[in-house]
Write a protein that binds this ligand. Structure first.
Ligand code: S3P
Length: 436
């Protein structure tokens, strides 16, 4: 499904983004582990989160949508049923890794499958700690999906320091620990998104979080009931990121993006864009569903290149593709290093974005763990030459980033496949059309 994104008139008005993807996965999973009926509003209804919902149904949850609200009847901690079919995780690394953790402390066996992109992504990072808890794994060669996971009940509590900053690994271990007798301890040298901890605490789990010696320590006492909850999922800052960068780059733009989750573990991009000269104001700061939320007012701005502080990387890990587009249109040089993790996302995002931006006329050099970008100085990018299209490699964020590049180009940017956008932001194209 190729699609060309043409130079855009100013983007104006009030825009909406879908529910946060990370929080939506976690809402479905924790509601499945609760006793009683949870109600979820604002849930992201996209391919990734619907894959999680279906897997939860297959393992015993009753999930239905009525009058715009999702109702989930949970099975209780330890109550997952043996799945009778493979769990199809599609493109979703979060589903695959969190569910492997969930299954690890139940006496069941499940087969996890994924699309071509997910089947190339490393699973060793969860296999190692979950094996220490007693689970066993039969992955495809090396550490890939399709993978059989056999849980262990009772599982063994562990004390584990995360070797890579990963909220997926942390969350897999927290979910495994919920049905593990005794106390599990997870140590995070570098903080990552903390939605799982927030949600579990709100549902009555015995989870504590402390800072010790500059590290975050999360302790879970297992086999505590979770109570059903009413959950309201705030808007996704990672989806808002595309609209924010589009508004900064397209001349004359002035938009307000409503109800964006402003959890500090997620907002690194907005801080960096401000450093670059971007006009982004937070309005009406408030709390929704236990998370800080605000409306973002964004105006077209002249941007200057920047050197990325490695400490900010986890808080903008999913936003680098669109950040690179902003850098490609800025004045001066941008240097980003310490981004090795981007090579194991839905695609190798360093290689994919370097190639895509170069085809669109940007000046980009790929390094071992980052990119060096010399911006256009505020001029539009030339765009993709006639008859060529950038390769999106089943990666929704590469597709949407290059769409934004197209809006800020002279001749438009053609992407080879717009279908992956449905992974996280099904209304993306319509949202842009309505704003233009
Ligand atoms: C996510 C964590 C991050 C992020 C992904 C969603 C989550 O992955 O890139 O899109 O919901 O926990 P890692 O844990 O691999 O950093």
């Amino acid at each position: 499904m190729p699609h060309t994104f043409l130079p855009s008139p100013p983007l104006v008005g009030r825009l909406r983004v879908p529910g946060d993807k990370s929080i939506s996965h976690r809402a479905l999973i924790t509601a499945t582990l609760a006793t009683g009926e949870s109600r979820i509003t604002g849930l992201l209804e996209a391919e990734d989160t619907l894959a999680t919902a279906e897997a939860m149904r297959v393992m015993g949850a009753v999930i239905e949508k009525r009058d715009g609200t999702w109702h989930v009847h949970g099975v209780g901690v330890g109550g997952l049923l043996q799945p009778e079919v493979a769990l199809a995780m599609g493109n979703s690394g979060t589903s695959a890794r969190l569910l492997a953790g969930l299954i690890a402390s139940h006496g069941i066996t499940a087969c996890l499958t994924g699309d071509a992109s997910l089947s190339r992504r490393p699973m060793e990072r969860i296999i190692t700690p979950l094996s220490l808890m007693g689970a066993s794994f039969a992955p495809s060669p090396v550490d890939r999906l399709p993978m059989m996971v056999t849980g262990c009940d009772p599982a063994v509590p562990i004390r584990y320091r995360l070797p890579v900053p990963s909220a997926q690994v942390k969350s897999a271990l927290l979910l495994a620990a919920l049905n593990t007798p005794g106390e599990s301890e997870i140590i995070e040298p570098v903080p990552t998104r903390d939605h799982t901890e927030r949600m579990l605490r709100a549902m009555g789990a015995a989870v504590t979080v402390s800072e010790e010696g500059g590290e975050r320590i999360i302790r879970v006492r297992g086999r505590t009931d979770l109570h059903a909850a009413a959950m309201d999922v705030p808007g996704d800052p990672s989806s808002a990121a595309f609209l924010v960068v589009a508004a900064l780059l397209v001349e004359g733009s002035d938009v307000v993006i409503g109800n964006v989750c402003m959890n500090p573990t997620r907002t690194g991009l907005f801080a960096v864009l401000r450093l670059m000269g971007g006009w982004i104001e937070e309005r009406d700061a408030r709390h929704v569903g236990g998370e800080p939320v605000a409306d973002l007012h964004v105006r077209h701005s002249a941007l200057t290149g920047v050197e990325i502080d490695p400490a900010l990387v986890p808080s903008m890990i999913d936003e680098f593709p669109v950040f690179f587009v902003a850098a490609a249109c800025a004045r001066g040089r941008t240097v980003a290093t310490g981004l090795g993790e981007l090579r194991v996302k839905e695609s190798d995002r360093l290689a994919a974005m370097a190639r895509a931006l170069t085809l669109a006329g940007a000046r980009v050099e790929e390094t071992a763990d980052g990119l060096v970008i010399d911006g256009t100085g505020g001029e539009p990018l030339p765009g993709t030459p006639d008859g060529t299209a950038v390769a999106t490699l089943l990666d929704h964020r590469v597709a949407m980033s290059m769409a934004v590049a197209g809006l800020a180009s002279r001749a438009g940017v053609c992407i080879d496949d717009a279908a992956p956008i449905a992974t996280s932001f099904p209304d993306f194209v319509r949202t842009l059309e309505e704003a233009a």
